[in-house]
Write a protein that binds this ligand. Structure first.
Ligand code: GRF
Length: 215
């Protein structure tokens, strides 16, 4: 990893993660290694048992479970939950919010709250598919199934700025990943995750440089 030579205060990252947190870990490691001039100042999850929370705590980062509304909750209850989440995130004064394996849709109100005066949304999302392809939660498995059916030979990962539409928005970085059907789904998943870890760190570094910090 190349050391970051940019000067100035470390950018403040808030990470939202629903599960395993290997991408959160990639960010934590890059910050610790000096490869990213940033620090993760808070992690939130809507999953109490998320390994991401544990990884954050191990690194001394405040990590909070925020109980989500039930699936049958009405729109107002969901909006209130999101306002509460936004409030807490705002307290952490992030320069950038990173959705790293975050499995809930964020609404326009929250997105607008973290869009700066210049109109730049300070929320990025990692998605394991190429731009315009396979939105949703099962992109890796779906890509592999399409490859088995002879419909594709590659997929990839992207980091994009968050907009109200799911897994869409201005693309910041893309890495293509070939699919070797004979090697199996596990091998493809491992290659996709390795690409994610590289790409997320690079995309966050580049976007922070473009934004200029602090927020
Ligand atoms: C990643 O594949 C991410 O792109 C996604 O869910 C997975 C999360 O991985 N949509 P982790 O929790 O960062 O390990």
């Amino acid at each position: 990893m190349t050391a970051d030579t940019t000067s100035g205060p470390a950018a403040r990252l808030v990470v939202l993660a629903s599960g395993r947190g290997s991408n959160l870990q990639a960010l934590i490691d890059a910050c610790a290694a000096g490869a990213l001039a940033a620090k993760v100042v808070g992690v939130w999850s809507h999953t109490a048992s998320a390994l991401a929370l544990e990884r954050a705590r191990r690194a001394g980062i405040p990590a909070t479970f925020i109980a989500p509304p039930s699936k049958r909750a009405d729109a107002e209850t969901r909006a209130e939950w999101e306002r509460e989440l936004a409030e807490r995130i705002a307290h952490a004064e992030p320069d950038l919010i990173v959705l790293a394996g975050w499995m809930r849709i964020l609404g326009p109100e929250l997105i607008a709250r973290f869009t700066d005066a210049a109109g730049r949304t300070r929320i990025v999302n990692l998605h394991p598919a190429l731009p315009g392809e396979l939105p949703g939660m099962d992109a890796i498995v779906e890509a592999f199934a399409e490859a088995e059916d002879g419909k594709r030979r590659e997929s990839g990962v992207m980091v994009h700025v968050v907009v109200p539409e799911v897994d869409a928005g201005p693309v910041l970085a893309v890495e293509r990943v070939p699919i070797d059907v004979a090697a199996g789904l596990d091998a493809f998943e491992a290659a996709m995750h390795a690409a994610e870890h590289r790409l997320l760190v690079a995309a966050v570094r580049d976007y922070l440089a473009r934004l200029g910090t602090p927020a």
